[in-house]
Ligand binder design. Structure first.
Ligand code: NAD
Ligand code: DAU
Length: 340
């Protein structure tokens, strides 16, 4: 099987490629446009693997994707490529529509064509629990929870999910959707809460906590999310949606304090700052469906996952320095030219 993984140079995509190469005999073609969030250093340990190929390109380029799928004999597509950061979508939403909506449409059109030719058997859209909106103190998102996205990012992801639904319904495309909660782990870009707080704490810089710090997220170790996407790709039912979560609901301030304790840094580094506009209060995931149907459940507790994550960032300060300085982007400019 040859799988086109899009966005594979990002945080979850790179962990997913490593997971699939280790746990299956599949070939992976990683198509990534290398935005600020794409980093080939995330995959330096697999780049010589004969079952792995990197291709520089955008999911918005239909002719190019068709060409890649034909040349490599792609039989499945898993779409991780996205603009993924909520704060950036609040500042400027255009790129989120271009990549997350238009890009997904391009992939679905290519998948449809390949499926009609009998070449492609599976398309998986990696979506997010944020499409369901925000919860009060009680309850959890199920796959039946109505979509109510609140940020431009989540609105773009929900729009993509609607396109997937339409291609399933109208064209019988064997497409599936995953909706996962907040990931953390190695290779996460230090703009997201956990890697940002680790990086700042290591440097003794202030840790900016939005609002009252009591917004709740359900944290999942990235390897558990990768296992969920792989289970859905391999054994999920066509057209279905599967939620995945870490069974680890925590208020942000608790996460930040635990990180400081783990790094042996003082709580005086915490700085409460102005809240994110439209900040969703609480996410929680009911993952009964994927557990009952596919036998998936998260393996890592929050304590285990966080310990491994902190150890990884401490042991990989060079990676962090390259990302924070933007040194890896200069390399791409020279090597590939900047996309978009
Ligand atoms: P990321 O920002 O770390 O990586 C995104 C990757 O997509 C980068 O490598 C980037 O270069 C690439 N990309 C962006 N635009 C592209 C384009 N037009 N063509 C090709 N590649 C492009 O994101 P992530 O955190 O790894 O998230 C991956 C996916 O998982 C996203 O779809 C996101 O919505 C979803 N998701 C993320 C989380 C989370 O907690 N991070 C949780 C649930 C779902
Ligand atoms: O729920 C899944 C989603 O999780 C994914 O779809 C997104 O791609 C991913 O970015 C993430 O979205 P969040 O907005 O929840 O993640 P973020 O790491 O940006 O923020 C987590 C929480 O921490 C949120 O309540 C905002 C808060 N926060 C974040 C940052 C960056 C702070 O308090 N301070 C910060 O500096």
């Amino acid at each position: 099987m040859t799988i086109l993984v899009t966005g594979g140079a990002g945080f979850i995509g790179s962990n997913f490629i490593r997971y699939v190469l280790a746990n299956s005999a599949s070939h992976i073609v990683n198509l990534d446009s290398l935005t600020y969030a794409g980093n080939l250093e995330n995959l330096s340990d697999v780049e010589q693997n004969p079952r792995y190929t990197f291709v520089h390109g955008s999911i918005q380029n239909k002719e190019f994707i068709e060409h890649i799928c034909l040349v490599h004999g792609v039989t499945g597509i898993i779409n991780f490529a996205a603009e993924s950061h909520v704060d950036r979508s609040i500042l400027s939403a255009g790129a989120f529509i271009d990549t997350n909506v238009q890009g997904t449409l391009v992939l679905l059109e290519v998948a449809k064509k390949l499926h009609e030719k009998g070449q492609l058997t599976r398309y998986v859209q990696v979506s997010t629990d944020e499409v369901y909106g925000s919860l009060g103190a009680e309850g959890a998102f199920t796959e039946e929870t109505p979509l109510a996205p609140n940020s431009p990012y989540s609105a773009s992801k929900a729009s993509a999910d609607m396109l997937v639904r339409a291609f399933v319904h109208t064209h019988d495309l064997p497409a599936l959707t995953t909706r996962c909660s907040n990931n953390y782990g190695p290779y996460q870009f230090p703009e997201k809460l956990i890697p940002l707080m680790i990086a700042n704490a290591i440097d003794d810089k202030p840790l900016p906590v939005y609002g009252d710090g009591m917004n709740v997220r359900d944290w999942i170790y990235v390897e558990d999310h990768c296992a969920a996407v792989w289970a859905v790709f391999e054994r999920g039912r066509d057209g279905e949606i599967y939620n995945a979560g870490g069974a680890s609901e925590k208020p942000n301030i608790e996460v930040v304090k635990t990180l400081l304790q783990t790094l042996n840094k003082p709580e005086s580094l915490i700085k409460y700052v102005t809240d994110r506009p439209g900040h969703d209060r609480r996410y929680a995931i009911d993952f009964t469906k994927i557990s009952d149907e596919l036998g998936w459940k998260p393996r890592y507790s929050f304590a285990e996952g966080l310990q491994k994550t902190v150890e990884w960032y401490v042991a990989n300060k060079e990676w962090l320095e390259h990302v924070r300085s933007g040194a890896y982007l200069a390399y791409y400019e020279q090597q590939y030219g900047r996309s978009k």
